[in-house]
Write a protein that binds this ligand. Structure first.
Ligand code: PMT
Length: 226
């Protein structure tokens, strides 16, 4: 790989979904395959960085030369990120962390018979919000550390991304319209709007997730070089 602009830099990347248990055999999750986050981790390594990848459950191989930490829940991802973020020059949060989790996971398998016994027509599950990892990393960030967040949107991409850029306190938001064919979850390609807190705006058309990863890492490398 010709470009080594991240040599000597330490990059923390998150990838994949989280799983939030309902009972010992069931969970709430989402469609994230890990392709986006794994591409960022792989390309960052190719560009010379020391990479730690914190990943939820995916079917992907861990990228070669990347220290990979496997987690399941958002809380485990939070802990792994907080443990590692202190040493990172940049953090890229591509993971699709569940925003809600069952408030009290059942200790034993939920049975249909229990509903019948209580003559209850519906199973109701109370959900509570999960901690926002990116916001917590932003609050604890050390001077000079670059924080990149993603925004998975289904509406007005630029308006929603601008709101997320401000709310999360990050340096860069990579906003993808996850309803667009060929973009977002599961596909090998993606399109994104990169919005920097410094006013930069880069529109990346539909390209491979590797190519989008390159654009994100170019942005990061340019900032770290200053
Ligand atoms: O994995 P793939 O199949 O390749 O799909 C890629 C992708 C669609 C998952 C990816 O491109 C993407 O958009 N990732 C972010 C998904 C997401 O959770 O977006 P969000 O808009 O809900 O969250 C905004 C940011 O906050 C994200 O950086 C997210 O990692 C972070 N977050 C969210 C919730 C939470 N509790 N803690 C967080 O840190």
């Amino acid at each position: 790989y010709p470009v080594k602009d991240l040599r000597g830099r330490r990059i923390l990347v998150t990838s994949g979904p989280t799983r939030e248990p309902l009972d010992p055999v069931r969970f709430l999750s989402n469609r994230s395959s890990g392709k986006m986050g794994h591409a960022i981790a792989r390309l960052a390594r190719w560009r010379g960085a020391d990479v730690v990848l914190v990943t939820g459950p995916t079917a992907l191989e861990p990228p070669f030369g990347v220290e990979t930490v496997r987690v399941e829940t958002g809380e485990q991802m939070r802990q792994a990120c907080l443990d590692r973020a202190g040493e990172a020059d940049a953090v890229v949060m591509a993971a699709a962390v569940a925003d809600f989790r069952p408030r009290s996971p059942a200790p034993t398998k939920i049975k249909k018979d229990d509903l019948v016994a209580h003559s209850a027509p519906l199973l109701t599950v109370a959900l509570e919000p999960t901690p926002d990892i990116l916001q917590e990393l932003a609050r604890r960030r050390r001077p000079g550390q670059i924080l990149v967040g993603f925004a998975a949107e289904t509406g007005d991409l630029e308006a929603l991304a601008r709101r997320k850029l401000a709310a999360k306190g990050v340096d860069l938001i990579v906003a993808n319209d996850v309803t667009r064919p060929g973009a977002g979850f599961e596909s090998d390609t993606n399109a994104a709007l990169l919005l920097g807190a410094d006013g930069t705006r880069v529109d990346v058309p539909l390209v491979t997730k590797e190519a989008l990863a390159e654009r994100i890492l170019e942005w990061v490398a340019a900032r770290l070089g200053r």
